[in-house]
Design a protein around this ligand. Structure first.
Ligand code: NAD
Length: 361
């Protein structure tokens, strides 16, 4: 079913954010025309740019627009200019606040390695070339939010720190459902990662995920302990399709999977709410060291547009068109400096964005 709300809020943000977003917007405009998607969009402020204009990292007007939109597309926020201001109104707070206000509990981190870039990985090309997996991480529960938490002083005077890993059935069920539904758009295989041999909370996790799987008979489910999953990710990462896991394990495994691809400028991500509304953004930050120099790789943001079309707007053909356009441009040997290798032609942010825009068909 198509998402009925076809309006997008674009938050370019800071540093390289506006540069990479301009290119993503160019590609979005092109697919919107070619595939007659009927999407509309507006710009709003977030992060340092919002602090400069309004004094707040997440102005009311931005939040209201994001709440009313079908999807949000974000560049990146933050930079040294705002590092000295009070912690509670720093740019990154704006990002955390918008994620929590929108109830985005499912974090999707694909790790895809275009065969043309296999040399960029630290693993052997034959192990990673063509890698295409998706990690679905629970984002609003588990040990990062569980109570009680803190550091207390014992009678002996020694201090101890403690956190609580806690998941309700309903929280497990809804993230499992997201994973199964996403698997239907891919190769219909879900792997649930837990530590059910040691942690009761993940024993329940395994039980509920297995129960939810009964509603998706066309998707296969398997389970793996997190220590084994960490090993398998570097041993044979191409065995995975969709991996679903809790907040802590997902945090670690998604960074491990990202590193398999060797290039932070290529990785998109999404965070979804219960109705498929999503915030889409590249995995990297605002890269202040290269901001304003036409050096940033816009492909992670462009690929975030593809994710948005696929997961929120259910426009698979248009999403594929973007991914294929990126592949075509890489095939032609064009590279931004971060993904360059011997024999490639180095181009800037704008030229890369234009090459992808022109390759969309
Ligand atoms: P970063 O991801 O911005 O940069 C790390 C390194 O990767 C830098 O050398 C940078 O030049 C390079 N890089 C990043 N994106 C690139 C791209 N698209 N093309 C080419 N090279 C790229 O991480 P950092 O330096 O730790 O953080 C810089 C700022 O970004 C900080 O203010 C941080 O708080 C913020 N940040 C924001 C987000 C976000 O908005 N989601 C995420 C991480 C960091």
């Amino acid at each position: 079913m198509q998402h009925s709300n076809r309006h997008i809020v674009i938050l370019p943000g800071d540093g390289i954010g506006p540069e990479i977003m301009a290119q993503a917007e160019s590609v979005l405009g092109r697919v919107n025309d070619v595939y007659r998607l009927g999407l509309s969009w507006e710009h709003q402020l977030l992060g340092g740019a919002a602090i400069d204009a309004t004094g707040k990292p997440l102005p009311e007007s931005t939040l209201r627009a994001a709440q009313n939109a079908g999807a949000v597309l974000l560049g990146a926020v933050g930079g040294p200019r705002w590092d000295q201001i009070e912690r509670s109104i720093r740019p990154e707070r704006g990002l955390l606040a918008i994620r929590s206000a929108l109830g985005l509990f499912a974090n999707l981190r694909p790790a895809m390695l275009y065969p043309q870039l296999a040399e960029a990985s630290t693993l052997r090309p034959e192990v990673v070339s063509g890698l295409d997996l998706l990690i679905v991480r629970e984002l609003t529960g588990g040990i990062y939010f569980g109570q009680p938490r803190g550091v207390r002083t014992l009678e002996s005077g020694e201090r101890e720190g403690f956190n609580t890993d806690i998941y309700r059935e309903s929280e497990i069920r809804r993230i499992a459902r997201v994973a199964f539904e996403l698997a239907r758009l891919r190769h219909r295989r879900v792997l649930s990662v837990d530590k059910a041999n040691v942690l009761e909370v993940t024993e329940l996790w395994r039980e509920i995920v297995s129960d939810e799987a009964k509603k998706f008979p066309d998707v296969s489910l398997s389970h793996m302990y997190v220590d084994n999953a960490a090993m398998q990710l570097v041993r044979a990462p191409k065995q995975f399709d969709v991996i679903v896991t809790g907040n802590l394990f997902g945090d670690i495994l998604s960074d491990e999977a990202a590193m398999l691809t060797g290039s932070i400028g290529m990785l998109p991500s999404a965070s979804l709410d219960a109705n498929g509304k999503g915030l889409y953004e590249p995995c990297h930050g605002s890269a202040p060291d290269i901001a304003g120099q036409d050096k940033a790789n816009p492909l992670a943001t462009i690929l975030s547009v593809a994710m948005m079309l696929r997961y929120t707007f259910k426009e698979e053909q248009a999403a594929l068109a973007i991914e294929q356009a990126v592949a075509k441009v890489l095939d032609s040997g064009l590279r931004t400096v971060d993904i360059a290798s011997a024999g490639s032609k180095i181009i800037g942010t704008q030229a890369m964005g234009q090459a992808v825009t022109e390759a969309v068909c």
